[in-house]
Design a protein around this ligand. Structure first.
Ligand code: SF4
Length: 391
């Protein structure tokens, strides 16, 4: 049976953090039961379209899925399993914030079938947490981590954010060491980015907050790469490190051009080469699903990317993985060699020491810091050559 990964978006948060531009909302908790019903209806409707598949992973992201009742999470897992049976080794992951889930809740989530927990620690410094608008304390991270272990979670990931304005390197290093001291199986480290339209962006534009310094962030990243290697972690994706056997199965689907379905408000899917994007607002998403019960879809956009976008998306996502890809894989997917498609920027990146081209096409550790720029150059080259071909 063809495999399928399922990303379930939970758009509810207790507080909307000032740096966050995700499709999430505070103050909508009353919608949770009807939202659950809408997601269940959407999975059932998609099962009619997709036919037989094997669910290899379900990921609950958001938002704060850790604050959804375990019975609702169980109902959604059951609905997905009814639509497409769960593989025996299926990964079911869920994001939770420290301090918002007690041990009994973690135990109920485990019993509901969640196998992997991702805790949004972000920082072990109280002032940094306040700057980020996070409502948990540093102590709550350790308490939630222990509660999750006690509940039987054998795979726990911690998220941390680096490159905060004014953050000293030793403050960042202390955060990483505190995280390591807990003994997590997986770490995700993200540079703080100023997303347009967020309160953080407004504060930076008005001069109230200094913009993050990319050079300082790069130093923190390089230090982390070395420190986590010393601590036995495999650096397998630009922002992700795992102990052996603990890589995120679900996220690897995104980076390797495989199918995933995205039930939920504003969720994105990628099915048989088609991109699907749902209606973003939870109320409109629920209303749409209700209106179409039996054949429910709350799709805002569905399209097949053109050749330029398909190649650019493929390269951008495959290069996020540290072991990259074989050049023959690109040719098998697109019917042309990678040299013919993006030879010029590829050679330039290799000559600058940002990429290896053999035996696999991959970013070097230094290239990881410039992934966005390298991807933009590939896209610009693909667009230029497509225009030239049309002339
Ligand atoms: S808790 Fe996470 S998803 Fe929710 S607003 Fe904050 S950063 Fe965004």
């Amino acid at each position: 049976m063809k495999p399928l990964a399922v990303y379930v978006h939970i758009p509810f948060c207790t507080v909307k953090c000032g740096y966050c531009d995700f499709n999430t909302y505070a103050g909508m908790d009353a919608l949770k039961p009807s939202y659950r019903d809408a997601v269940v209806a959407e999975a059932a409707a998609w099962s009619q379209t997709l036919g037989e598949r094997l669910t290899t992973s379900i990921a609950f992201g958001g938002g704060t899925p850790g604050e959804v009742a375990a019975r609702d999470i169980a109902a959604i897992i059951d609905a997905v399993g009814r639509a497409w049976p769960l593989a025996a080794d299926a990964e079911v992951s869920l994001e939770a914030n420290p301090g918002t889930s007690d041990p009994a809740h973690f135990a109920r989530l485990r019993a509901a079938g969640v196998t992997r927990l991702s805790l949004g620690a972000q920082s072990f410094d109280a002032a940094e947490l306040r700057f980020l608008d996070r409502i948990h304390s540093p102590q709550a991270i350790a308490a939630s981590y222990r509660a999750a272990r006690d509940a039987g979670f054998a795979s726990i990931s911690l998220d941390l954010i680096y490159g905060l304005p004014g953050q000293e390197p030793n403050a960042w290093q202390a955060n990483v060491r505190e995280a390591l001291a807990l003994g997590p199986d997986h770490l995700s480290l993200y540079a703080l980015t100023v997303e347009p339209g967020t309160p953080l962006a407004i504060h930076v534009e008005s001069g109230q907050v200094a913009p993050p310094d990319p050079d300082v962030a790069a130093d923190m990243y390089e230090w982390s790469v070395a420190e986590l290697a010393r601590s036995g972690f495999e650096h397998y994706e630009i922002s992700n490190w795992a102990r052996p056997g603990h890589r995120s199965m679900h996220n690897q689907v995104y980076w390797t051009d495989r199918d995933y379905l995205g039930p939920g408000a504003g969720a994105h899917g990628y099915i048989d080469g088609m991109r699907v994007e749902n209606i973003a607002h939870p109320r409109r998403y629920i209303a749409r699903e209700r209106a179409l019960t039996g054949d429910g879809r709350a799709i805002a956009a569905m399209y097949r990317p053109d050749d330029v976008m398909a190649r650019s998306d493929w390269l951008t996502s495959r290069l996020r993985l540290l072991d990259g890809f074989e050049a023959a894989e690109f040719e098998a997917r697109f019917g042309t060699t990678i040299e013919a498609a993006v030879g010029e920027p590829l050679q330039a990146a290799a000559e600058a020491g940002l990429m290896d081209l053999s035996p696999r096409v991959r970013l070097t550790e230094r290239g990881c810091l410039l992934h966005g720029e390298i991807a933009a150059r590939f896209l610009a080259h693909l667009e230029r050559t497509a225009v030239a071909r049309r002339r």
